[in-house]
Design a protein around this ligand. Structure first.
Ligand code: HEC
Ligand code: HEC
Ligand code: HEC
Ligand code: HEC
Ligand code: HEC
Ligand code: HEC
Ligand code: HEC
Length: 350
């Protein structure tokens, strides 16, 4: 084939374009994550407010994307040009979440990074229920929430400690029980989660999972739970359970079936069979081990700090529980229906 002049012109034009691209769009190739972290990974250099923990970031699902996937306009000239970088738009990639979120009552009231720390995001199975609640209570104070929920929900304080807000306020319906190691102290409830460091101190030479999983097989049996709960060496430690969602939907709303106590206080073989024990990692995220099916029902020795009224193996306790719920229902149903019918008015009045 003979090379014609117009081919040459075309080739030259393409080289020219490639050259322009290299010079004018430095973000993609020169300014990579390590480069950013040379400054932002060093608090002494940029100050606390601009510090980003590179190890935490690398361990997230965003780690591989690198900084510039979100901070698209951080190029060569940054920070010398003194130009502020554009706000990051999570929706470039998470459009499904955005769509769902915008269909809920929260749209426009809180942005993605009001709840998520963008440099250390984790999925719901690696974030504690406790931390999920911390995402809400900066705007919805616990004391106000306990007061308002107490009007229809007995022991609202206990519920808020045991059920993260999102379990009731989004339609994430697949919930499990997750156990956390805690010590007694005041935070917003009467317990605080043990950190990785604190547990490592107790565990000494052992790995922290072996505090409960004694045989180290990666599963927690009912026998191991019982042994943990009765061991003298762990007297300061407790296990508390929370009902956490496996996946999180973002359509924040007030859902009618969450008035229904039996949504959670169910009985029968399917009730509360699946549970996990979550151990804190050094970076604040959690790693779960699975727990023998049905362990959550052994309220006597297996899980003494968790009692799901209506779902235990103990008949007397269940009958008692059923009575509490039935008794409690009289008020919530009557009250609830009334509030439901007047909801429009209430919203107008706010
Ligand atoms: C030479 C050190 C240095 C490097 C390298 C650097 N930054 Fe910065 N960055 C700074 C400083 C200093 C500021 C504060 C600038 C200001 O206040 O004008 C800043 C501010 C920022 C901000 C927040 C404020 C704003 O301008 O919107 C972001 C986001 C940011 N940098 C991201 C990055 C990313 C992403 C990279 C890598 C592509 C990077 N930086 C590389 C020093 C650096
Ligand atoms: C998933 C998207 C995403 C990635 C990836 C990302 N950031 Fe950010 N970053 C954000 C968001 C969102 C903010 C909040 C301000 C905004 O909207 O620009 C932010 C803020 C910042 C700030 C300002 C201080 C702060 O913490 O609010 C700095 C500095 C920064 N990022 C640096 C980095 C560096 C360095 C990397 C890579 C190690 C990185 N970012 C990766 C989304 C991201
Ligand atoms: C450049 C694309 C991109 C952007 C922009 C982006 N993400 Fe992601 N994000 C991903 C990918 C890919 C995953 C992993 C797959 C998935 O869960 O969809 C992910 C996962 C997540 C997860 C779950 C983490 C896990 O371990 O399961 C959260 C939470 C998250 N992103 C929040 C955010 C937030 C908040 C922002 C805005 C600050 C953001 N993302 C911006 C691509 C992005
Ligand atoms: C009102 C608080 C709140 C807001 C606002 C919010 N999220 Fe979330 N999101 C959560 C909670 C709580 C979880 C579960 C714990 C976790 O993974 O951090 C979660 C989980 C996620 C996950 C993982 C979902 C899964 O099932 O694996 C992604 C992805 C995500 N959020 C993206 C976003 C994006 C994008 C936005 C903005 C459109 C957003 N979030 C706004 C509270 C919020
Ligand atoms: C950045 C602030 C902010 C954060 C964070 C936040 N919210 Fe909200 N939320 C609001 C505002 C503002 C409203 C509307 C006014 C009101 O009802 O308090 C609202 C309304 C609501 C409503 C509807 C109330 C009604 O009257 O119908 C629910 C339910 C709700 N939020 C749940 C949550 C949950 C669950 C979380 C955490 C996962 C959360 N919010 C985190 C600001 C926030
Ligand atoms: C057991 C399920 C459940 C839990 C847990 C729960 N809520 Fe609610 N919440 C509801 C229901 C049902 C309503 C509707 C009650 C009404 O309209 O009076 C409601 C009402 C609300 C409202 C509107 C009325 C008000 O009090 O302002 C807000 C805001 C709210 N919840 C936020 C939260 C937050 C934040 C948390 C966690 C700290 C939380 N909820 C925990 C079920 C729950
Ligand atoms: C979203 C799930 C959920 C819903 C809905 C729910 N609960 Fe609960 N409830 C729990 C959990 C989890 C616990 C705490 C178990 C523990 O930590 O001991 C609990 C505890 C209780 C307790 C206290 C038991 C004790 O140890 O003192 C009572 C009473 C109770 N619930 C009644 C109700 C009633 C009545 C309703 C309906 C108005 C209701 N619950 C709705 C999940 C739920």
């Amino acid at each position: 084939m003979k090379i014609k002049a117009k081919h040459l012109v075309f080739l030259f034009f393409m080289y020219f374009l490639a050259f322009i691209a290299l010079v004018a769009v430095p973000g993609g190739w020169a300014a990579d994550t390590d480069h950013c972290l040379m400054c932002h990974g060093d608090a002494g250099m940029v100050g606390e407010a601009l510090y980003v923990d590179g190890d935490k970031f690398a361990a997230t699902r965003h780690g591989d994307m690198g900084c510039v996937a979100c901070h698209e306009d951080a190029g060569y000239e940054h920070p010398d040009d003194g130009m502020a970088l554009a706000a990051v738009n999570c929706n470039d990639c998470h459009f499904d979440v955005e769509k769902e979120y915008n269909a809920g009552i929260h749209a426009g009231l809180a942005s993605c990074n009001d709840c998520h720390e963008p440099h250390s995001v984790r999925g719901p199975t690696e974030v504690s229920g406790y931390d999920m609640n911390l995402m809400c209570i900066g705007c919805h104070s616990v004391s106000r929430m306990v007061d308002s929920h107490n009007r229809w929900l007995p022991q609202a304080g206990l519920h808020i400690e045991a059920v993260p807000c999102i379990t009731c306020h989004t339609d994430s319906e697949e919930v499990v029980i997750t156990w956390y190691l805690v010590k007694q102290k005041q935070a917003y409830g009467d317990f605080v989660l043990m950190s990785n460091e604190e547990l490592q101190e107790v565990a000494g030479e052992r790995s922290i999972t072996e505090l409960v999983d004694r045989d180290g097989d990666g599963h927690v049996s009912l026998a191991e739970l019982r042994a943990f709960n009765t061991a003298r060496e762990f007297r300061g430690l407790h296990l508390v359970g929370m009902m956490t969602p496996e996946q999180v939907s973002h359509n924040f709303q007030v859902l009618d079936n969450r008035w229904d106590c039996t949504f959670c206080h169910a009985s029968g073989p399917e009730a509360m069979q699946v549970s996990y024990l979550a151990f804190p990692r050094g970076d604040g995220s959690f790693k779960r081990l699975d727990v023998e099916r049905g362990a959550a029902l052994d309220a006597l020795y297996g899980t003494p700090n968790f009692y799901m009224v209506g779902a235990t193996r103990n008949k007397t306790m269940d009958i008692l529980g059923a009575m509490i719920i039935a008794g409690g229902l009289v008020l919530p149903v009557g009250h609830g229906t009334m509030r439901f019918f007047t909801r429009k008015n209430r919203q107008g009045g706010h």
